[in-house]
Design a protein around this ligand. Structure first.
Ligand SMILES: Nc1ncnc2c1ncn2[C@@H]1O[C@H](COP(=O)(O)OP(=O)(O)OP(=O)(O)O)[C@@H](O)[C@H]1O
Ligand SMILES: [Mg+2]
Length: 359
């Protein structure tokens, strides 16, 4: 048994006929930032609410530390949830909103004052205490909701898409702040989002969910470079999924026949039998693009650019190869200019990942 802070074992949860959680198990180490990532309706909020204690847990077990918390009431779990809609109390000012939980716990006024001050300064929302929720911006409201939770100094923080209502730039800023605060305070945090970029940027561990199940869990790096199946490959980042038939196989390399050509994979992550069909995940930034034919023709395919987007630091191309579109990211366009028409692309022999999980 590894070191864990939260342990979730075989948890099931149904709402009538809807199986919102199916046999969910995961260990979360102390001080870790774990994100449940998945499409709308996959069970993320249900997972958080179950940990927070808002649903009765009939099937499965949840431990916080050594303590089985199945029957522990929500307010005794030392786990605080920030809700998806982060509703602030409209009839209280910001200071009262943040102090509310501490008042309920009958913490002395002096201590409340100092903890509220400390938390608001952490989050950069000092000076708003006397305003009402309607008199601050959406981004500030979101931070107040976070402050309301952090001020309680919980052992476990449960955050349900807390940045969803912010504009892109503010989201990036608060994302960075949130990660810093979480690290500094060492609070074990469970985060829920459908935004894959957010999950990659924030997490120590990501659990990919689909229709109530955890499909794969691992570090952001593992999830991005070693996706288990097409669902994960496609949900996190951009994936070129290419299917072919294995024509030669050893532990050092593998030859794959695809429609247009033969591809060589060096150091394949999986040993597969000759004659079997496999699907590769190839990330756009690992593919090289050439105006003419390069000298070394290993893994080079000829194609035609059908679309591109110039994004400043990079260009994203859609290259058609045998009626299939391959996405290629090319960095620093200032050097090469923008390619159009006929091109060649090369798959890096060591940067292709064979998907090995069943769909
Ligand atoms: N109280 C409820 N009663 C009945 N069905 C529910 C209830 N809460 C959730 N569900 C259903 O359970 C499933 C999971 O819902 P959940 O809210 O956990 O999804 P989610 O991953 O948080 O989605 P989103 O990204 O849209 O917030 C969905 O099919 C949803 O319709
Ligand atoms: Mg939700």
């Amino acid at each position: 048994m590894g070191e864990y802070h939260i342990r979730i074992v075989n948890v099931n949860k149904s709402f009538g006929p809807v199986e919102a959680l199916k046999n969910v198990s995961i260990d979360i180490p102390r001080g870790n930032f774990t994100t449940f990532l998945g499409p709308s309706g996959c069970g993320k909020t249900t997972m958080l609410r179950t940990i927070a204690g808002f649903y009765e847990l009939k099937e499965g077990e949840i431990y916080i530390g050594e303590r089985l918390i199945n029957r522990v009431p929500s307010h005794q779990r030392n786990a605080i949830m920030v809700f998806q809609d982060y509703a602030l109390f409209p009839h209280m000012n910001i200071g009262e909103n943040i102090a509310y939980g501490l008042k309920i716990k009958k913490i002395p006024n002096e201590e409340i004052k100092s903890r509220v001050e400390k938390t608001t300064s952490y989050l950069g929302i000092q000076g708003l205490e006397k305003r009402n929720p309607g008199q601050i911006s959406g981004g500030q409201q979101q931070r107040v909701a976070l402050a309301r939770a952090l001020v309680m100094e919980p052992e476990v923080l449960l955050l349900d898409e807390p940045l969803s209502n912010l504009d892109a730039k503010l989201r990036m800023n608060i994302r960075a702040e949130l990660r810093q605060i979480q690290k500094r305070l060492g609070i074990t945090t469970i985060y829920v989002t459908h935004d894959q970029a957010e999950a990659l940027a924030l997490s120590d561990q990501i659990a990919i969910m689909d229709t109530g199940r955890i499909i794969q869990s691992g570090t952001p790096w593992e999830i991005y470079y070693k996706p288990l199946n097409e669902f994960v490959a496609d949900f996190v980042g951009t994936a070129n999924l290419i299917t072919g038939r294995v024509s030669e196989s050893s532990d050092k390399y593998l030859l794959l026949d695809i429609d247009a050509a033969q591809i060589m994979i060096e150091e394949p992550n999986l040993s597969v039998d000759t004659g079997s069909t496999v699907t590769l995940c190839i990330r756009p930034e690992t593919i090289e693009i050439f105006k003419g034919m390069p000298e070394d023709k290993t893994n080079v395919l000829k194609g035609k650019i059908v679309n591109y987007i110039f994004e400043g630091s990079q260009i994203r191309y859609w290259v058609e190869i045998d009626q299939k579109k391959v996405v290629v990211d090319s960095f620093d366009p200032s050097e090469k200019g923008i390619y159009e028409g006929e091109v060649a692309i090369r798959f890096h022999p060591k940067k292709m990942h064979i998907l090995y999980g069943k769909e």
